[in-house]
Design a protein around this ligand. Structure first.
Ligand code: 2SA
Ligand code: GDP
Ligand code: MG
Length: 425
């Protein structure tokens, strides 16, 4: 019989913080394995389950489900002190992760050195800074691409680790001058961290290959989002990993033929944290209202998120790259308090109507955003659990998005907790 077992992928469709963690947690109830394929502890995925709030950064959200095994794939960049810190926090909240958390031996390591450099680079960029989380993500993917990175397996040949580490520090000093960094202390710390990490380390390529072949259900949890993708995002205002569908394959070493459903998570409005273009941004009272009602503050840094209306140009483009099989429209309840709701449907650039997202940020800067205005519903939808229970204007809002994108909305978020979700069959 043909082996048709395929992984399901959850991806951010806008600029992040769409509510991927919540959906990943829900889907993990039905998954054997939940894997992260890219990013690092820049991510912040919130889960509210049975009244407990969890903030995940580099660990997979599947961990909240006690029968789900979690895998940190090779495309993830791993800050070991952060890894153990996050694990301790989860265990303090009552999660037992023993024997069900694995880390790829091919993951690149993020050192405090990378985090220092992240900060120095941002200062150097001045007004043009990216607004990174300063978790060392860009500098680590840079050393990976320039082939001077250090991977998990190097920890277990410590002479090689030490040689590569000293050379890495020296090169960063040559580039960024003098900064405080205690190499000897760090080497000692990593000797200890290596032993602590040993029980978690696996060859995740072989592991996932065998598990998929054994018909195990695999869920891949994307971090960040399409508009932050290193290739397809608003470059250079992006993160440094492949947040698009391709990253699921390259970040885990599984073939594209093993990828099945791709669920795009889309917030019912738009947010962005950090610098860079945001055509439908609202810098007025309406934007502030979205921030207040939606509690739009960074999970990792606490930064206020920039807020604006839903942008269908972004979502259309996002769907072209990722090919969503369905959408999870989240935070629809946040729009309960608006009399009217606008949706960006196209941009006008140099007198031309543009329906896909432009590559050139200078072009984008001159864009006029064209909106349609839809009526609000002015009603609390947080208790609704069926599509039919939503007010008519709210149903129409969902259908409007669905029709424009040609992608079915399968899930609708009406509140932060695990149960506040409508599933449309
Ligand atoms: P980095 O740190 O190099 O990845 O930053 C590059 C850009 O990517 C953005 N980025 C994010 N955007 C939304 N959410 C993220 N995670 C946290 C959260 C963010 C926080 O869930 O709230 O706490 O501030 C995240 N991580 C990276 C970043 O803002 C830069 O624009
Ligand atoms: P992620 O990075 O995509 O996982 O999203 P974050 O956790 O960074 O941000 C999403 C925020 O919205 C979190 O505080 C969630 O608890 C919350 N949230 C998720 N879905 C919903 C929803 O449908 N309604 C409301 N009101 N909050 C939601
Ligand atoms: Mg987040």
């Amino acid at each position: 019989m043909a082996d048709t077992n395929k992984a399901t992928v959850v991806l951010g469709s806008q600029w992040g913080d769409e509510g991927k963690g919540k959906l990943a947690d829900l889907l993990a109830a039905d998954a054997d394995i939940c894997a992260r394929c890219q990013g690092g502890n820049n991510a912040g995925h919130t889960i509210i389950a049975d009244g407990v709030k969890y903030a995940f950064h580099m660990l997979p959200s599947g961990l909240v489900n006690p029968s789900c095994v979690s895998v940190v794939g090779s495309g993830v960049v791993l800050h070991l002190p952060g890894f153990f810190g996050e694990l301790e926090e989860l265990e303090e909240k009552g999660l037992n992760c023993d024997g069900r958390l694995f880390v790829s031996d091919r993951c690149h390591l993020v050192f405090d050195l990378h985090q220092i450099v992240d900060g120095l680079k941002e200062v150097e960029l001045g007004r043009g800074s990216i607004g990174t989380t300063r978790k060392g993500i860009g500098p680590t993917y840079s050393t990976k691409a320039s082939r001077s990175g250090i991977r998990v397996h190097h920890l277990y040949h410590f002479d090689e680790f030490e040689k590569r580490f000293r050379s890495l520090v020296a090169s960063r000093h040559r580039r960024y001058g003098d900064f405080e960094y205690d190499v000897e202390k760090e080497l000692q710390r990593y000797r200890e961290l290596a032993e602590r990490l040993r029980p978690y380390v696996i060859d995740s390529v072989e592991y996932l290959y065998n598990e998929l072949k054994a018909q195990k259900k695999v869920l891949i949890e994307g971090a960040n989002a399409l508009m932050l993708d290193i290739d397809f995002g608003t470059y250079p205002y992006v993160t440094s990993s492949s947040t698009a569908i391709g990253g699921a394959s390259t970040g885990l070493g599984i073939p594209p033929s093993r990828i099945g459903n791709v669920i795009g998570v889309a917030k019912a409005y738009t947010t962005r944290v950090g610098g860079g273009p945001f055509p439908s941004e609202l810098t007025d009272d309406v934007g502030q209202k979205l921030r207040d009602v939606g509690a739009e503050y960074g999970v990792t840094t606490g930064r206020p998120r920039r807020c604006g209306w839903l942008d269908l140009v972004v979502l259309r483009y996002s769907n072209m790259v990722n090919g969503y099989t369905s959408l999870n429209l989240t935070k629809l309840d946040v729009l309960d308090v608006f009399d009217e709701i606008k949706v960006a449907v196209s941009y006008t650039i140099n007198g031309k109507n543009v329906t896909s997202f432009p590559a050139d940020l200078d072009d984008l800067e001159t864009a006029t955003v064209n909106y349609v205005t839809l009526p609000g519903w002015n009603k609390d939808i947080s208790k609704c659990r069926k599509f039919e229970e939503l007010p008519k204007n709210c149903q129409d809002y969902v259908r409007f998005i669905e029709k424009d994108l040609g992608v079915p909305v399968e899930w609708i978020g009406v509140g932060a907790s695990r149960d506040a979700m409508i599933k449309i069959d």
